[in-house]
Ligand binder design. Sequence first.
Ligand SMILES: [Zn+2]
Ligand SMILES: [Zn+2]
Length: 310
Amino acid sequence: MQQKVFQSDVNCASQTTDDNLKTLAFLTIYITGFGITAGAHRLWSHRAYKAKWPLRLLLVVLFTVTGQRHVYVWALDHRVHHKYSETEADPHNAKRGFFFSHVGWLVLTPHPKVVEKRKAVDMSDLEADPIVMWQKKLYPLLFAIFNLFLPIAIPVYYWDETLWNSFWINFNMRFTITLNMAFFVNSLAHMWGQKPYDRNISPVENLAVSLAALGEGWHNYHHVFPWDYKTGELGNVYNPSTTFINFFAKLGWAYDLKSVSKGMIARRAEKTGDGSHPQIWGYGDSDIEKEDQEELEAMAEEKELFKKED
Ligand SMILES: [Zn+2]
Ligand SMILES: [Zn+2]
């Protein structure tokens, strides 16, 4: 009888330990995802808003936990992707198939046009950001600490998890899930879904990808208006990354949020039928249409006016 009680206590303890590990892995996947979506993507690739140094530091740490290379190279490839979308110069050209755009591009030799266009992208804004350059310089060490050592060590240290469980669940499983969530934006969100904003381009609106990737599946809209910090017309429809940025904007850590007016969306929709579609990488790109740029500047001025009136 006593032995039975002891046995059930052991089972109970290992169940709790296992649950702790799964909860930690899930929370880490969810929270660090903001480093990709709100950080490397919306802030650093597209300049869709500005962030004060504490938020940039937080985002760079979260991004490092995801292990998706450093911000500088991620943003460089992403700018090339938007600028030369679905041509030979697109690093993860979806026309080369699901596997290539999902993960193959990271392990295969890049097309010479990708190498050529990578050199042509203006990255001076990131080069002027000491936090981005610090992460770039120390990336192998930071990867080892934040992606490998801490996720494995924390469960072992805090609740005596076995090294084996911690390694498989909070490193291998967590890392694999996070990578694939982000990869779906380059594969699925360029293949299956609706195209309400521009039917001449491949990116689509895909709810499943938005659910998996913290609101990054509204990809047809995003390729048409890459400077919009919401990466979707309806910013609050399953878009936790927008909520994340809005929260930090309330704290004053995120500011100068770029968006798109209803008029701009309507104008774009009218033009879509003719097949002309300038590829742009984000705010400040010289190919932004003149009237769109003027309206953006007017929107910024209006905000300034409100600030002064306050
Ligand atoms: Zn894309
Ligand atoms: Zn983008």
